[in-house]
Design a protein around this ligand. Structure first.
Ligand SMILES: [Zn+2]
Length: 466
């Protein structure tokens, strides 16, 4: 299996540190509001990776943090405090509620829960220990209630995001303020006396920076070097760069072997931004287009290509999902009476290989999905006029449901056909028996007006919701 490693900018053969085991970390959300579709894209991309690794037989330990501690973004915004304030809630009660909402959103999108979801607020002691280690090892210093990371102490700072030398030199410029160099970043903030989320520490009362929580919790639960570290590509700098600097400075070990980054989602060809006012929440998208269609849109392109969220792309995702589900229903309902078809049997084996080969190649989902559509078309073609054997149909069904352990879009409850429709179908059958075709056509139209479409097959009439 190959993965594109941001650290080397190459597709590399994936070799975990322990054969058969994968230790994987993905940056989780700052819990301050409903998940937007951009985060949903990132979390879906890594859900596919997590599920695929398990499907291939790896024992995966997947950790994703929950940032439930207030911190300042680069734009100087404290989203948790702002959210708590807007709702007039205690900050701790607010993050509790937001974490519940986050798990609801994951479920809504068919995203499996990580194995461990550690909260920053429950790991303050661990974070303090990492900071102390960094001070001991000479990578961090205290200044006026803050603790800063000294980036001049690490030679290869910038190795992940490949910043240009000019930028890095500027980062190392000395300053006359609290911090020694431009690029030194905060590990510990002092807290204002009215600030609610704060803890005692050897550096004074305060709260941790954002980057340090990820270095601390990933190392704690996964050991070093972790195999895979993932996140949206917007986190590459400074967040991931700083995670490396901290973990490698504190533990004197390589932090992570494979860095995986997912691309952005665009809304009608534009970047999603508060200033444009085009932020879409995952929940709104699901309410409007359905959970499976949203998941399909988020996972069907390659994870390193942009997705364009438009009315048209969502309609197309809805149609594709509907087509696949109808196909599953059709082969389940079919009454097999025929001979075992060798051609279809061969197609099933080929499809499994193509699908796996596609995902083995840096999770190339378009290739994997193309293999599925080819099988659907081939099955329909071979079925046309031929009766298939029970084994043929079961093989196709089992294969698709096996793929669905990764895709998460095919499993569904078959919708019950309403009694009213069933009675109309019976009435139509009676009319047909009496050769009253005018009446049978009238009933078919009535069924259509009620939102169902009727198709006659040699096994009797099939009804489908439009
Ligand atoms: Zn992180």
């Amino acid at each position: 299996m190959k993965l594109f490693n941001t650290l080397t900018r190459k597709k590399e053969e994936f070799k975990p540190r322990e054969p058969g085991h994968v230790y994987m970390y993905v940056c989780g959300p700052t819990v301050y509001g409903p998940m937007h579709i951009g985060n949903a894209r990132t979390f879906t991309a890594f859900d596919i990776l997590y599920r695929f690794l398990k499907w291939k037989g790896f024992q995966v330990k997947y950790v994703q943090n929950l940032t439930d501690v207030g911190h300042l973004t680069d734009a100087g915004e404290d989203k948790i405090m702002k959210g708590a304030h807007q709702r007039n809630m205690d900050a701790f009660a607010f993050v509790e509620l937001m974490i519940e909402e986050y798990f609801k959103d994951l479920k809504l999108l068919g995203i499996e829960k990580p194995d461990i979801s550690p909260r920053a607020s429950e790991h303050i002691d661990d974070i303090i220990k990492t900071i102390q280690k960094l001070i001991e090892n000479g990578y961090a210093y205290e200044s006026n209630g803050f603790v800063y990371y000294d980036i001049s102490k690490i030679k290869d700072y910038g190795k992940l995001s490949k910043q240009n030398t000019e930028f890095l030199e500027k980062q190392r410029n000395e300053t006359n303020g609290e911090k020694k160099h431009e690029g030194d970043f905060v590990l510990w903030f002092p807290a204002h006396k009215d600030y609610p989320m704060k803890w005692d520490s050897p550096f004074g009362v305060g709260f941790p920076g954002w980057h340090i929580e990820c270095s601390t919790m990933s190392s704690k639960y996964l050991g070093l070097p972790i195999d895979i570290h993932g996140g949206g590509k917007d986190l590459m700098f400074p967040h991931h760069e700083d995670e490396i600097a901290q973990a490698e400075g504190a533990h004197k070990s390589k932090f992570c072997n494979y860095w995986i980054h997912s691309e952005f989602i665009l809304i009608n060809n534009e970047k999603m931004a508060k200033s444009i006012g085009n932020i879409i929440t995952a929940r709104d998208a699901v309410n409007k287009y359905g959970d499976k269609a949203v998941r399909y849109l988020l996972m069907s392109p390659h994870y390193r290509t942009e997705i364009n969220f438009t009315e048209e792309s969502m309609k197309s995702a809805q149609n594709t999902v509907r087509k696949l589900i109808d196909f599953i229903d059709k082969i389940q309902e079919m009454k097999p009476k025929g001979e075992f078809n060798k051609e279809l049997n061969k197609k099933v084996i080929e499809t499994k290989n193509k699908f796996e080969k596609g995902l083995d190649d840096d999770l190339n989902m378009p290739i994997a999905l193309a293999a599925i559509f080819e099988l659907v078309n081939d099955t329909n073609r071979i079925m046309d006029g031929n009766k298939l054997s029970e084994k043929n149909l079961k093989d196709v069904y089992d294969l698709l449901m096996d793929f669905d352990k990764i895709l998460g879009i095919l499993e569904h409850e078959k919708e019950e056909t309403p009694k009213e429709i069933i009675n109309l179908i019976k009435a139509r059958e009676n009319a047909r028996k009496k050769k009253d075709f005018k009446e049978s056509d009238r009933i078919r139209d009535e069924i259509k007006d009620l939102g169902y479409i009727l198709e006659d097959s040699p096994d009797g009439p099939n009804v489908k919701k439009i």
